[in-house]
Design a protein around this ligand. Structure first.
Ligand code: CTP
Length: 415
């Protein structure tokens, strides 16, 4: 088979015509300014693999900010420190950076960067399959630039680092290696695997934010359980927390989560709640703080634990619907769902299901102002009367507005 050396046809076949047109005119504009422009990273990889991807990352041997300003017709965000720009072009977001080389002052620290050539820019990247570029200037438009054997590795389905201290420089690449391997059905190449295992302790050097970002990326994969399983086998998951496991139970939970996921819920958050589900409180808190989880996500994990602690109460088959409602009301819905899937008491799960499918959307017809019109004194009494009719609705003892009014009337008579 002749190796692919020009991607013009692939670009034209696989990308929307508007986007391909944008890349071409961006290349022309760069050339007019005496600069060279390249498409780099994941989109090049995915064009060659035939995978869908519309994330355009461009690298210019020159000044990214100036070129971005010339290209942009709308929104543009500039990071002067890194000389990068993000621009909105019609419905697409395009990242534009100046070619640079990086030096890591110490393992895990953010690199210091200085302007460089394309070869430097590609060499600083994580894996050979992500370190290919396509020329966009008119004289060489579409030409594949593969300086580090990316195409060879794509064909043999290898995830391979570019140099032996890649994981030492940036241990978040350990998680990335696992993610790409599992997403693409590749294999981490043997020497890369050896170095990955050698450098697992380096995971302690990177910030919680960076680990969290990599976990979020995994949770946004189609089948995150594959990456967690592999991370478990390699001892990477244990670095996150020694009690975490990516075993078959987790795969089963994730599979069910995809099937039932309720509208308005973020599947990625539900996955994380399931991953942490079996951790004791103290370990969960450790995870929350070392990953610096955002408040809403931390709450989901904590709520899942609190509900889990109440499964015994929830398993009582004699509970009235209103009691089930009050046991679960106020918890984040992902946490309730996590317990529906992972809770180990089937009667509790049945009650949770009833709550999610029916009870949580039950509302009385009468509102606070109706109660005031009926003579309830504004103040805590309103809440009390509303709870009374809500509970009666939940338990099926009132069905109509009339019923609710009658109940409030009786309550007023005795209060
Ligand atoms: N990169 C890296 N080391 C990291 C993170 C990113 O070298 N720790 C490089 C990779 O070459 C990657 C590029 O930066 O291709 C952009 O990163 P990202 O957006 O995370 O990757 P994509 O390839 O665009 O996205 P994906 O592969 O998930 O589709």
């Amino acid at each position: 088979m002749t190796p692919i050396t020009n991607l013009t046809d692939l670009i034209n076949q696989r990308l929307p015509a508007e986007l391909a047109g944008f890349m071409k005119s961006a290349g022309n504009m760069a050339a007019n300014g005496g600069e060279k422009l390249y498409l780099v990273g994941g989109l090049v990889r995915d064009l060659l693999l035939g995978e869908a991807n519309l994330d355009v990352d461009l690298v210019v041997e020159g000044d990214a900010v100036t070129l971005a300003r010339r290209l942009s017709t709308g929104n543009i965000t500039i990071h002067h420190r890194f000389n990068t720009a993000k621009l909105q072009w019609r419905k697409w977001t395009v990242d534009l950076t100046s070619a640079r080389s990086e030096i890591y002052p110490r393992p895990g620290a953010l690199p210091s960067v200085k302007p460089g050539k394309l070869a430097d820019d590609l060499f600083r990247r994580d894996f050979t399959i992500n370190a290919m570029a396509v020329a966009l200037v008119p004289q060489s438009y579409g030409q594949l630039i593969d300086l580090y054997g990316g195409l060879y590795d794509l064909e043999r389905r290898f995830v391979r680092i570019l140099h032996p201290i890649s994981f030492t420089d940036d241990a978040s690449r350990i998680w990335r290696a696992v993610r790409y391997e599992q997403r693409l059905d590749f294999q981490i190449e043997l020497e890369t695997l050896r170095l990955l295992q050698r450098d697992i302790p380096m995971l302690d050097n990177i910030s919680g934010d960076r680990v969290r970002y990599e976990l979020e990326c995994i949770c946004n994969e189609q089948l995150p359980e594959k990456a967690f399983k592999r991370a478990g086998e390699l001892g990477v998951l244990a670095k996150l927390h020694p009690s975490l496991s990516g075993n078959g139970w987790l795969a089963d939970m994730f599979d069910q989560a995809r099937r039932i996921s309720l509208s308005g819920q973020k599947l990625a958050d539900l996955y994380l709640a399931l991953l942490a589900y079996r951790l004791p409180d103290i370990d969960r808190e450790q995870l929350v703080s070392c990953l610096r989880l955002p408040r809403a996500l931390a709450r989901i994990l904590r709520d899942a634990g609190s509900i889990r602690a109440r499964l015994g109460e929830l398993a009582n088959t004699k509970l009235r619907p209103s009691q089930i409602y009050h046991l679960l009301h106020g918890y984040s819905s992902e946490a309730v769902t996590a317990n529906l899937l992972a809770g180990d008491l089937p009667p509790a799960r049945r009650n949770i299901q009833l709550y999610l499918e029916e009870l949580r959307s039950v509302k009385p017809v009468l509102a606070g102002h109706d109660l005031i019109d009926m003579g309830v004194t504004p103040g805590p009494g309103i809440g009390e009367a509303l709870k009374l009719i809500l509970d009666a609705r939940l338990d099926g003892t009132v069905k109509t507005r009339r019923d609710e009014e009658r109940l409030v009337g009786e309550w007023l008579a005795t209060n």
